[in-house]
Design a protein around this ligand. Structure first.
Ligand code: PEP
Ligand code: MG
Length: 922
C-alpha cells in the first residue's frame, strides 16, 4: 500500500487511456467505457479513479496522496474538451459519479448524478436546456428547438432536486423517505400522482424544501462548491464498497472483500430533455433463450433511474425505429460492432439526448443456463470463437440446471414454505409420512411425496418409491439430501415451517393442515413448497443423455449445443469420470450418461429390505455354525447383485466397497425395541427373540457410531463377513467372464487408517481370489479408501499394500474438520457462512486448504511409493464443479459421482483441462 501512496502513483485514468483488460484496476464499467471510447463509439467523456485509490482510502480513511491533484488535472482536461466548466453558473458542465467494481454488483453500491449543480448553475442549465448556450458539448448535435423555456426551467430544477436527493441520501445519510414525503406532498398539493405534472415553479419550491431537509439532518447547508460536491461523492462511492448490502452480496457471490470499487466521473447526458430524448437497455441476443435478434426496452423522455423506478412503462426497443430511425440504425450498428469485438452477447445501456446517441455502459451480458450453451454454440458456428472458448464459457452448474424438470409457474401458485433446495428438480405427489405407505401407494400407481422430519437408511424404499422427499430438518448433507441427490430425486430439506405430526398423518404449514393424500409440489432447486399440483416439464437435455433425442435429427438448438460442447469436453479431459452406483439400473443409466466405470458401489444398501432378517441372524449368531449359515444365505444374494452390476458395466472397472456402516444400523432402534419388549412382556407374550435383539442392540450401542465399529474394523472383528463379500464379488466376476463378459472388479476396503489393517484384509482376500478364479483370466484389484486423516498422512506405507486409492472426501471432511456430517449443517453452518469462516459448506465443495491438502499429500506420497497407483475420488465432491478442477490439478485419474452428475463432471473435467496451462493428454 505504501508505494501506492506516493505522489507519483497513477490513480486516475482518462477513458482514452484504459481498455477492457484493465478490470482489476478500472472496474468492469470503467474498463468497458475505455474500450468503447477507443473503438470510437460515442461515449460521454470522462475518467476513472482506480480500485487502488479505493483500497488505499478504505485502509487509511483518507484519500491517498496525489489523488486530489490527479482528479483536478483530469477534470481540467474534461472541461477543456467539453468547452464548459464544472458548475459554471452560465454554462455548467455536470458529471455523474458512478461506482464500478471488477465484478458486477448490481444496485449494491452508489451513484450520484448531476454533480455540479447549485443555486446559480441551475439557471445556466435551464439556459442550456432551452438552447441558448448550445454551442458545443453534449447537446450540440441536434437542433435547439425542442425545449421551450418552461420545459427547460422545469428540467433544470428537476435535475437540481434529484442531485440534492441522491447526494443527501448517498453522501450524507439523510433518510431517503424524507425526500419522498416532500415529493409526495408537492404532488398532493398539485392534485396529481405524476412527477411530470410538477412544473418549474413547483420543483423550485421542492428544491427549497429538500435543502431544509438536508440542513436539518446534516447541520450544514447543501454544498454549493462543485469540486466539494465531486470529492464528497467520490468518497461516498468508495465507502459504499463496505455498505451492508454490498458486503452481503459479495459473500453470497464469493467476490473477494478486498478488491474495492473504481469510480467513474462522466459528463452528464440527459435522456429527459423532451420527446426526442430517452434512455434504454439492449441485448445483442436474447439473454433468456440465446436466440439472435434485437432485445431491449426504451423509455422516451426519461433518465435511467426512471426506468428502474418503473414510473412509466417502457416500449420494446424495436419501436425506437419509428421514434428516431437515425439513432436506432446507429445503435444497431454499434451492437453488431460490440459483438464482433467482444465475441459474446453484450448488454448495453444508452441514452439519446435530443437525437444524439450516447453509450453509457456495455458488458458481456448475464444469461440463463440454456442461453449460455446456445450462444456458445452459435458463436462457434459463426466462426467467432473456437470450441475451447465455447467450453470455457459454460459450466457444470448451468448444465445441472438444465438436467432437472421444471415447474411451469405461470399460474398464481404461491409457495407456503421455503426450505433448502437439497436436490434439484420439480416434483408433485400425494403426501405420505412413512416409507411403507410410500411403497404401498406407489405400487397402486400413485405419485407420492415422502414427508419426514428427517430420513434414515430405513427410508430408502420409500425414497425410491416417492417422486420427491420433503423434510423439516437437515441441510444439504443430511441423509435425505445426499441420498436424494444420489438418486437424482427431488428433495427439499430443512423446511422448518412445516410442523409434522407423523402419527396424526398430517402437517401444518402457513395455518393450513395438509393430510396424507393431499397433493403438494416441491422445487428442489429453490427449496419452495406449494400446495396442490404445479405442472412439470421434463428436461430435453436428459432426454438427450438418455439417448432418446438424436442431436442430428432434433431441431432443439439447446440439445445440439450441449452435444457439441460435451463432445469437446470429452476430447479434452484428462480425468476419467466414473459413477457411484449400487444397482444395475443406476449403473446402466450412468453408463448412458457417459460413466466410464463404477468408482463406488456401496454394498450396505444390499443388506436392507427383505435381507435385513439375514443380517439380524448374522449379528445374533451365537455359534460359528449359526454365523456361517447366515453368511451362506447372504452369499448368493450378494453374488446376484454383483452379476447384475458387472453386466451393466461390462468391460469397465467396477469398484465394490466392502461393508462400511456399523452393524447396529441394520437392527431396529434401541428405544423402539425396548418399548416392544416391555409391551409384549406385559401381555405375557413370548419375547425371547426380541430380548436377544435388544441385548445385541444394547451391546453394540455406540456414543459416536461414525467413529466406532465400522469399515475395515468390522471386517477384522466379525469373522467371515468380508470373506463372504469378497467371494460374492469374485464368483460374480467369474460367472460373467464364463458367459463371455469382461468384468473388471476392484475390491475396496473402507475406513483404513493403518497399512496393517489393509494387509490383513488383503491376505484373506487374495486367498479367496486365487481359489475362485483359478487362473480363469479375471483380474481383481485390491485397494482402499483414503478417508481417515491418518491414512492420508501414511499414504506412502498404505500404497505398499494397495493397487488403488479412492478418496472418501465425505469422511475425510468429517474427520479432518472434526464435525459430524449428519449433524452440523443445520446446527451451525449458517453461522459459519455468515461469519465467512467458509464461503460454502466443505461437504459440498472441497476445502482446498485443509482437506484438500490431505488429498494432495496422500496422492503425492502414494504415487512416490507406487508409481502405477490408480487414484480416484468417490466422496460427494466428485460431482462438484469446483472440486473437479481441484482433483484435476492434484493429478487424480478419475472422479466418481452419482449418475446424474456424470455429465457435469465430464464437462468440468474438460474445462479443467483447457484451463490448466500445460495439462497433458489422458
Ligand atoms: C466418503 O466418506 O467420502 C464415502 C464415499 O463414503 P461414505 O459416504 O459412504 O461414508
Ligand atoms: Mg466414507
Amino acid at each position: 500500500m505504501a508505494s501506492q501512496e506516493t505522489a507519483g502513483h497513477k490513480y486516475v485514468y482518462d477513458f482514452a487511456e484504459g481498455n477492457k483488460e484493465l478490470k482489476d484496476l478500472l472496474g468492469g464499467k470503467g474498463a468497458n467505457l475505455a474500450e468503447m471510447t477507443n473503438l470510437g463509439l460515442p461515449v460521454p467523456p470522462g475518467f476513472t479513479i482506480t480500485t487502488e485509490a479505493c483500497q488505499a482510502y478504505l485502509a487509511t480513511g483518507a484519500e491517498p496522496a496525489g489523488l486530489g491533484e490527479q482528479i483536478a488535472s483530469h477534470l481540467a482536461a474534461l472541461e477543456a474538451g467539453m468547452g464548459k466548466r464544472l458548475g459554471d453558473p452560465h454554462d455548467p458542465l455536470l458529471v455523474s459519479v458512478r461506482s464500478g467494481a471488477k465484478f458486477s454488483m448490481p444496485g449494491m453500491m452508489e451513484t450520484v448524478l448531476n454533480v455540479g449543480l447549485n443555486d446559480e448553475s441551475v439557471h445556466g442549465l435551464a439556459r442550456q436546456a432551452s438552447g441558448i448556450n448550445s454551442g458545443g458539448g453534449t447537446n450540440s448535435a441536434s437542433g435547439t428547438d425542442s425545449a421551450d423555456a418552461a420545459g427547460a426551467d422545469r428540467f433544470a430544477w428537476d435535475s437540481y432536486r434529484r442531485l440534492i436527493q441522491m447526494f443527501g441520501k448517498t453522501v450524507c445519510n439523510v433518510p431517503g423517505e424524507e425526500f419522498e414525503h416532500a415529493l409526495d406532498a408537492a404532488k398532493r398539493a398539485k392534485g396529481t400522482a405524476n412527477d411530470l405534472d410538477l412544473d418549474g415553479t413547483d420543483l423550485r419550491a421542492l428544491v427549497e424544501a429538500y435543502k431544509k431537509i438536508f440542513a436539518k439532518h446534516t447541520g450544514r447547508d447543501f454544498p454549493q462548491e462543485p469540486r466539494e460536491q465531486l470529492d464528497l461523492a467520490i468518497r461516498a462511492v468508495f465507502e459504499s464498497w463496505n455498505a451492508e448490502r454490498a458486503v452481503l452480496y459479495r459473500r453470497q457471490e464469493r467476490i473477494p472483500a478486498d478488491l474495492g470499487t473504481a469510480v467513474n466521473v462522466v459528463a452528464m447526458v440527459f435522456g429527459n430533455l423532451g420527446p426526442d430524448s430517452g434512455t434504454g437497455v439492449a441485448f445483442t441476443r436474447d439473454p433468456a433463450s440465446g436466440a439472435q435478434g434485437i432485445y431491449g426496452d426504451y423509455l422516451a423522455n426519461a433518465q435511467g433511474e426512471d426506468v428502474v423506478a418503473g414510473i412509466r412503462n417502457t416500449v420494446p426497443l424495436q419501436e425506437l425505429e419509428q421514434l428516431d430511425k437515425r439513432s436506432y440504425d446507429e445503435l444497431l450498428g454499434i451492437m453488431a460492432r460490440l459483438e464482433e469485438h467482444y465475441l459474446d452477447l453484450c448488454d448495453i445501456e444508452f441514452t439519446i439526448e435530443r437525437g444524439k446517441l450516447w453509450m453509457l455502459q456495455t458488458r458481456v451480458g448475464k444469461r440463463t443456463a440454456a442461453a449460455a450453451f446456445v450462444i456458445a454454440g452459435q458463436l462457434v458456428d459463426e466462426g467467432l470463437i473456437d470450441l475451447d472458448e465455447a467450453l470455457h464459457r459454460v459450466n457444470g452448474a448451468q448444465l445441472a440446471q438444465l438436467m432437472f424438470p421444471r415447474f411451469k409457474l405461470d399460474h398464481e401458485f404461491q409457495p407456503v414454505a421455503k426450505g433448502i433446495g437439497a436436490s434439484p428438480g420439480a416434483a408433485f405427489g400425494k403426501v405420505v409420512f412413512t416409507s411403507a405407505r410410500a411403497v404401498e401407494l406407489a405400487a397402486e400407481g400413485e405419485q407420492v411425496i415422502l414427508v419426514r422430519r428427517e430420513t434414515n437408511p430405513d427410508d430408502l424404499n420409500g425414497m425410491i418409491a416417492a417422486q420427491g422427499i420433503l423434510t423439516s430438518r437437515g441441510g444439504k448433507t443430511s441423509h435425505a439430501a445426499v441420498v436424494a441427490r444420489g438418486m437424482g430425486k427431488t428433495c427439499v430439506s430443512g423446511a422448518d415451517e412445516l410442523d409434522i405430526d407423523v402419527p396424526g398423518r398430517m402437517f401444518t404449514v402457513a395455518g393450513q393442515i395438509v393430510r396424507e393424500g393431499d397433493t403438494v409440489s416441491i422445487d428442489g432447486t429453490t427449496g419452495k413448497v406449494y400446495l396442490g399440483e404445479v405442472p412439470v416439464m421434463p428436461s430435453e437435455v436428459v432426454q438427450y443423455f438418455e439417448g432418446n433425442l438424436d442431436p442430428a435429427e432434433t431441431d432443439d438448438v439447446l440439445v445440439k449445443a450441449v452435444h457439441r460442447i460435451m463432445g469437446h469436453a470429452d476430447a479434452k479431459r484428462r480425468l476419467a469420470v466414473r459413477t457411484n452406483a449400487d444397482t444395475g439400473t443406476d449403473a446402466a443409466r450412468a453408463r448412458r450418461f457417459g460413466a466410464e466405470g463404477i468408482g463406488l458401489c456401496r454394498t450396505e444398501h444390499m443388506f436392507l429390505g427383505d435381507r435385513r432378517e439375514l443380517v439380524e441372524r448374522l449379528i445374533l449368531a451365537r455359534t460359528e455354525e449359526e454365523r456361517e449359515t447366515a453368511l451362506a444365505a447372504l452369499l448368493p444374494l450378494q453374488r446376484a447383485d454383483f452379476v447384475e452390476i458387472f453386466r451393466e458395466m461390462d468391460g469397465l472397472p467396477v469398484t465394490v466397497r466392502l461393508i462400511d456402516p456399523p452393524l447396529h444400523e441394520f437392527l431396529p432402534p434401541l428405544e423402539q425395541l425396548a418399548v416392544n419388549v416391555a409391551v409384549a412382556q406385559e401381555r405375557g407374550e413370548d419375547v425371547a427373540k426380541e430380548e436377544a435383539l435388544l441385548a445385541a442392540v444394547r451391546r453394540m450401542h455406540e456414543s459416536n457410531p461414525m467413529l466406532g465399529l465400522r469399515g475395515v474394523r468390522l471386517g477384522l472383528v466379525i469373522p467371515g463377513l468380508f470373506a463372504m463379500q469378497v467371494r460374492a464379488i469374485v464368483e460374480a466376476a467369474v460367472e460373467c467372464a464364463q458367459q463371455g463378459g469382461t468384468p473388471k472388479p476392484e475390491i475396496m476396503v473402507p475406513l483404513v487408517g493403518a497399512v496393517q489393517e489393509l494387509e490383513t484384509v488383503r491376505a484373506e482376500a487374495e486367498k479367496i481370489i486365487a481359489e475362485v478364479t483359478r487362473g480363469c483370466g479375471v483380474e481383481v484389484l485390491i485397494g482402499t479408501m483414503i478417508e481417515v486423516p491418518r491414512a492420508a498422512l501414511t499414504a506412502g506405507q498404505i500404497a505398499e499394500a494397495a493397487q488403488f486409492f479412492s478418496f472418501g472426501t465425505n469422511d475425510l471432511t468429517q474427520m479432518g474438520w472434526g464435525f459430524s456430517r449428519d449433524d452440523v449443517e443445520g446446527a451451525f453452518f449458517w453461522r459459519y457462512l455468515e461469519l465467512g469462516i467458509f464461503g460454502i459448506s466443505p461437504f459440498e465443495s472441497i476445502d482446498r486448504d485443509g482437506v484438500g491438502r490431505l488429498v494432495r499429500i496422500a496422492a503425492e506420497e502414494g504415487r512416490a511409493a507406487r508409481p502405477e497407483l490408480k487414484l480416484g475420488v468417490c466422496g460427494e465432491h466428485g460431482g462438484d464443479p469446483e472440486s473437479v478442477h481441484f482433483f484435476h490439478e492434484v493429478g487424480l485419474d478419475y472422479v466418481s459421482c452419482s449418475p446424474f452428475r456424470v455429465p457435469v463432471a465430464r464437462l468440468e473435467a474438460g474445462r479443467a483441462a483447457i484451463e490448466t496451462a500445460g495439462s497433458d493428454s489422458r
